[in-house]
Design a protein around this ligand. Structure first.
Ligand code: 16G
Length: 167
């Protein structure tokens, strides 16, 4: 990373672990019951995912490796209130390096203004750095460019046009 994602300094540290009603942690199977999919549906369509389908996908992600689905739980309500995923791709380029992708970032809209988006994006970006990714990439809507810029992400002129083929 040319710009360190650590420029954001949340009031959270080992000595001061922050608000005691919330925790940042990896996704767990029991998060199906804690509204993880309802949260994701604030980002895009999820479809009707059964507990069995959720469990199977959870197992597949674990077995494949490279999926770091991260959540924030409101422990008072046992509800998942924010999520972000790091996926790590293995590369030959850059001396067999790794590329991180920031995916499926969503914060429950009733928890606006608590910097949970910053907290989870910075957490996942630091994880990518720690795992040895040479860069971290994301796609986002125009209105979110400023938010990601404030956390160290940059548009790369002429070099980062997101293109999709939808099936
Ligand atoms: C955004 C998300 C992406 C997600 C997509 C879903 C971030 C940084 N980007 O681009 O991860 O998969 O929305 O939208 O969270 P879609 O259903 O239109 O593909």
């Amino acid at each position: 990373f040319s710009k360190s994602p650590a420029t954001f300094k949340p009031k959270i540290s080992a000595a001061n672990p922050g608000e005691d009603w919330m925790v940042v942690r990896p996704l767990q199977r029991s998060d199906y019951e804690k509204g993880f999919l309802q949260l994701l549906s604030q980002l895009t369509s999820t479809g009707n995912i059964s507990k069995k389908q959720f469990d199977e996908r959870f197992t597949q992600m674990k077995m494949a490796g490279g999926y770091y689905v991260t959540v924030i739980e409101d422990k008072r309500l046992s509800k998942i209130i924010a999520a972000a995923t790091l996926t790590v791709e293995q590369k030959f380029i850059h001396n067999c390096s790794l590329r991180g992708r920031l995916e499926d970032v969503v914060v429950n809209d009733t928890y606006r203004g608590k910097q949970l988006g910053k907290l989870i994006v910075v957490t996942v970006s630091l994880l990518a750095h720690q795992l040895g990714c040479y860069k971290m990439s994301l796609d986002c809507k125009d209105k979110l460019i400023k938010f990601y810029e404030s956390l160290g992400y940059a548009l790369e002129a002429g070099n980062s046009n997101a293109m999709n083929m939808r099936f």
